[in-house]
Ligand binder design. Structure first.
Ligand code: CDT
Length: 307
């Protein structure tokens, strides 16, 4: 059977004043722990190198430039790539990307132990708003700081550890709540979906929806449903805890194609969880109830793309 031990490296908070060196140091320690526990791939959160900066308003976008990576690896991120090479670990990294021609994306890459970037994804569903919102207690300015991703939802078949070639795909945070993200990956026979998130424990809209106790439930519900309905494994990884007085929830999970939670983080700090994934499990759903070729009726799904 094709087995792959997967690690989710949940990260505790990163304060606004902390540099990338602090984050990268912690990430290397998490990678070492994942390696000791038998993992061959480690998944880090969304925007893993800095605080969740879309909560901070900059009138002038150029003032926000320091939150973005302008090259990968850079001097500051090179130690992570070095550690991956030393340990033979593949990794998934979320970061803010500024391209040479000035575009800004909320991005994730999947990196082979050699340092080769095997897959890149740019977040499609950007929550929040573009302008300062005086009603909110806390801003969520993703629409200000990022353009919607321009790469779609790609899946590649890439060698991952001893499992050999695996169909890998990615989404980022808010994407997990949209069944379309999952289905577009599912239609490409994705086997392993990696996703990082930064989600406030409290709904910051101040416009009265979603009770506190349902925040984690809705995150898990989305990931478990996505994995079940598309017969894939999912690794959902939080940046968690108190960032400068603003709480993000943890509860990172690894989910199997039956929609079951195989492992869950119990802290809201740096924590590694691992699961031994039998990729053959993707076959059951794919060949029976979710055999897309036999059972889907796309002729009735036109509204999904026409409005
Ligand atoms: N980072 C991210 O996408 N967070 C959102 C928060 C939504 S509230 C504006 C999420 O869907 O988890």
């Amino acid at each position: 059977s094709r087995r792959l031990v997967v690690a989710a490296a949940q990260m505790g908070p990163i304060q606004k004043a902390e540099g990338r060196d602090v984050a990268v140091d912690r990430m290397i320690r998490l990678m070492e722990t994942a390696h000791r526990r038998g993992a061959e791939v480690v998944v880090y959160p969304e925007l893993a190198l800095t605080t969740f900066f879309p909560r901070w308003y900059h009138e002038n976008l150029a003032e926000a430039d320091h939150w973005y990576e302008h090259a990968l690896p850079s001097n500051e991120t090179a130690p992570l790539f070095d550690a991956a090479r030393r340990l033979g670990m593949a990794f998934h990294l979320g970061y803010a990307e500024k391209t040479a021609d000035g575009h800004r994306y909320n991005t994730a890459v999947f990196v082979h132990p050699s340092g080769e970037i095997v897959l890149k994804y740019r977040k499609v569903h950007l929550p929040g708003h573009a302008e300062f919102d005086p009603i909110r207690k806390v801003q969520h300015l993703e629409k200000r700081y990022f353009e919607p991703g321009d790469l779609g939802f790609p899946v590649v078949r890439a060698p991952v550890g001893s499992a050999g070639p695996v169909n890998i795909g990615m989404m980022i945070c808010n994407d997990r709540r949209w069944p379309e993200s999952w289905r577009v990956l599912g239609l490409q026979q994705v086997e392993l979906v990696m996703l990082g998130y930064n989600t406030p424990s409290l709904n910051m809209e101040n416009r009265g929806f979603e009770a506190h106790h349902l925040r984690v439930a809705h995150s898990h519900l989305s990931i478990q449903a996505g994995c079940y309905q598309n017969a894939c494994f999912g690794v959902g990884v939080a940046k968690a805890g108190d960032e400068d007085g603003h709480e993000l929830f943890g509860h990172s999970i690894i989910v199997n194609p039956q929609g079951e939670i195989m492992a869950m983080a119990t802290s809201w700090g740096d924590e590694v969880i691992v699961a031994d994934c039998d990729l053959g499990m993707c076959e059951l759903g794919r060949n029976t109830i979710f055999n897309f070729a036999r059972h889907r009726r796309p002729e009735h799904y036109g509204r999904i793309t026409s409005q």
